[in-house]
Design a protein around this ligand. Structure first.
Ligand SMILES: Nc1nc2c(c(=O)[nH]1)N=C([C@H](O)[C@H](O)COP(=O)(O)OP(=O)(O)OP(=O)(O)O)CN2
Ligand SMILES: [Zn+2]
Length: 134
């Protein structure tokens, strides 16, 4: 089995509504997503796939959904104010944790046809979440 990994970087604001500590406050992160793709066989270029194919697919998704966006649980009471002020945000069915965001990226890549092994989201220099399905 071959595995390749591509890293992409982006930023977002969020808060964790039910968090007992500081993460319930509005704050932001500059994060790294580390995306691993695996294949039993290499293609006729000797690759699992081109690193740039991963970048192109994931960056389009991240730019559209996550980058420089404000990620909130759909029940967050700040949402009506953001709507009233025509501010950009993304309302999620789940809390916008590193776990949930890594799963979102994983599912996008899987739906795009990549054989994703795992997506690791580094939310800070010392904390990351990983989503994989096997
Ligand atoms: N399992 C998770 N725990 C936490 C998440 C998360 O997404 N999944 N998120 C947060 C906060 O949003 C934020 O990431 C803060 O994380 P934390 O590591 O606590 O932040 P610090 O950089 O301040 O940590 P230090 O250890 O003080 O440097 C919280 N938890
Ligand atoms: Zn946070």
């Amino acid at each position: 089995m071959y595995t390749i990994t591509k890293e992409v970087y982006f930023c977002y604001g969020h808060r964790l509504m039910n968090h007992p500590g500081k993460c319930r406050n509005l704050h932001g992160h500059s994060v790294k997503a580390s995306i691993s793709i695996e294949q039993e066989q290499l293609n006729d270029q000797g690759m699992v796939c081109d690193f740039s194919d991963i970048r192109d697919s994931v960056e389009a998704f991240i730019d559209q959904k996550l980058d420089h966006n404000f990620l909130l649980h759909k029940d967050d009471p700040i949402i009506p104010m953001l709507i009233a002020n025509k501010e950009r945000f993304l309302a999620l069915d789940e809390h916008p944790t590193a776990e949930v965001l890594s799963k979102m990226i994983y599912q996008h890549l899987k739906q795009s046809g990549f054989n994703v092994a795992q997506v690791v989201l580094w939310e800070t220099a010392s904390a990351h979440a990983c989503y994989r399905e096997n």
